[in-house]
Design a protein around this ligand. Structure first.
Ligand SMILES: Cc1cc2nc3c(=O)[nH]c(=O)nc-3n(C[C@H](O)[C@H](O)[C@H](O)COP(=O)(O)OP(=O)(O)OC[C@H]3O[C@@H](n4cnc5c(N)ncnc54)[C@H](O)[C@@H]3O)c2cc1C
Length: 428
């Protein structure tokens, strides 16, 4: 018996095309973002025949170089570094374009010196807390590694439909050359926040819009950033992060309400300077000096999405959700991509350690993945959401509690070490 998704064709058996254009593989991956690429590479390296499908899979991300810095920047946790090392891509990344972060300084919105929180690699006895790098740098390096992986085939196309059968799945893919079909034992959904595969499987999501947008841009600063990531919780609920980049440069992520985001996108260099001078009684300018725009600003909506299940369909699971297809969060903790790559690391470990008698779609393996990702994902989404709520609240009592709480945490080495350990995101 075959499941056909969506429901409109639920009773039909998947038709096999007469033209022989059905391809076969162990694992099909839908999505060509960083999460999809890392997963495809890791599974191919384990010896699986992998086909990766995405409309933008062959769009070559140019190697970032020179004085141009992409505005889409990621914080890379040590856990992500471990994954990239195991995929043998970490050393291929141009390290001159990565900035080590050794300190994090977080400031409350009462303007009192005692409200801040300082996390330090030195204090925790580790070399660094994280690295900051361009999205294109990761995309480009992963892309190069994928190109040379003989077990990985890349198909430029979009998933149109999926039929789930007892021994695998049949995927209908739309390509520029016409429709093709792919038979796979296991299917990975890494097709982003609006995952069509998730919808086809009728997996429900818990969603919430933060009614904020993140405005991102790079700035040159006249003061040294001292390898420190700064975050200011501003009165009114805005959150301003300044992440260090190589040289005297920082990457700004300003989470703000949509009307203000529209306004920020239109500012010229001198207007940005007055904007920063006005904030937090000049604390930003005092810390980083004069800030001059060094990239075009961009913006993206902020929302929380959590898929209610990360394997599907319910009765006969053959599909695993990873990355933004499974969860999207507020960027205040810089954990979105890191969490998606922890999904990948967990899946790779489960496949690597699987007992020889188990096929890759064995329900035990899929349930292992589901169980292992549940705790980490729930904790990160919950903490990020609560922090966001706590710092947007205008309630004077909550305002005092949040600021006082940060000062209190700052005085406890034990709690700080715990926070750092959690933020490092090492995969067990
Ligand atoms: C504009 C923007 C800016 C962002 N900036 C930051 C930032 O500065 N810092 C930060 O930490 N996070 C940022 N994020 C969030 C971060 O980019 C995501 O957490 C991360 O990219 C998730 O990776 P992913 O591979 O799971 O999904 P994505 O990167 O969204 O990749 C999804 C892939 O699936 C493909 N796809 C979609 N539908 C189909 C289909 N039907 N068939 C086949 N393929 C399909 C797409 O083409 C794409 O290749 C930003 C997000 C957006 C949208």
């Amino acid at each position: 018996m075959a499941f056909n998704l969506p429901k409109s064709t639920a009773s039909a058996k998947a038709p096999i095309p007469a033209d022989g254009r059905t391809r076969q593989c162990d694992i099909a991956i839908i999505g060509g973002g960083i999460v999809g690429k890392a997963c495809a590479l890791g599974l191919a390296q384990q010896g699986f025949d992998v086909i990766q499908i995405a409309p933008d899979i062959e769009q070559q991300t140019p190697k970032p170089s020179g004085d141009h810095w992409a505005e889409r920047i990621y914080a890379i946790s040590p856990g992500t570094r471990t994954l990239l090392q195991s995929l043998q891509v970490w050393d291929a990344i141009d390290h001159a374009r990565l900035q080590v972060v050794r300190d994090m300084r977080i400031y409350g919105d009462r303007g009192q010196a005692s409200d801040g929180l300082h996390l330090s690699a030195f204090e925790a006895g580790i070399p660094q807390l994280a690295w900051i790098g361009e999205s294109d740098l990761l995309e480009h390096t992963l892309e190069q590694a994928c190109r040379f992986q003989s077990k990985l085939e890349r198909v430029v196309g979009s998933l149109d439909n999926l039929f789930v059968e007892p021994d695998g799945a049949l995927l209908k893919v739309h390509t520029a050359q016409g429709p093709i079909e792919i038979r796979a034992s296991l299917v990975i959904a890494a097709d982003g926040a609006n995952s069509s595969l998730r919808s086809m499987l009728e997996i429900q999501t818990d969603e919430k819009s933060y009614e904020q947008r993140a405005v991102v841009a790079n700035f040159l600063c006249t003061n040294a950033h001292l390898e420190t990531a700064f975050q200011w919780f501003l009165p009114g609920g805005d959150i301003l992060a300044m992440l260090p980049l190589p040289g005297k440069q920082v990457s700004m992520v300003w989470s703000t309400f949509p009307e203000n985001a529209v306004r920020l996108l239109t500012l010229d260099a001198s207007q940005w300077q007055s904007e920063f001078a006005m904030l937090q009684d000049g604390a930003i300018v005092h810390t980083l000096g004069t800030l001059t725009p060094h990239s075009k600003p961009g913006s993206f909506p902020l929302r929380k999405i959590r898929a209610q299940r990360v394997i599907g369909p319910e009765l006969l699971p053959k599909v695993i959700l990873l990355g933004d297809a499974a969860h999207v969060m507020h960027p205040l903790a810089g954990q979105g991509l890191n969490l998606g790559l922890r999904d990948v690391a967990t899946l790779l470990r489960i496949m690597h350690e699987r007992e020889s008698f188990r096929p890759i779609t064995d329900l035990v393996l899929l349930r292992r993945y589901e169980r292992e990702r549940h705790g980490d994902t729930s904790a990160i989404l919950w903490i990020t959401d609560r922090l966001k709520r706590l710092f947007t609240s205008a309630n004077p009592l909550q305002k005092n509690i949040r600021n006082w709480g940060m000062g209190l945490v700052n005085r406890s080495h034990l709690i700080k070490r715990y926070l750092i350990k959690e933020a490092l995101g090492e995969v067990k």
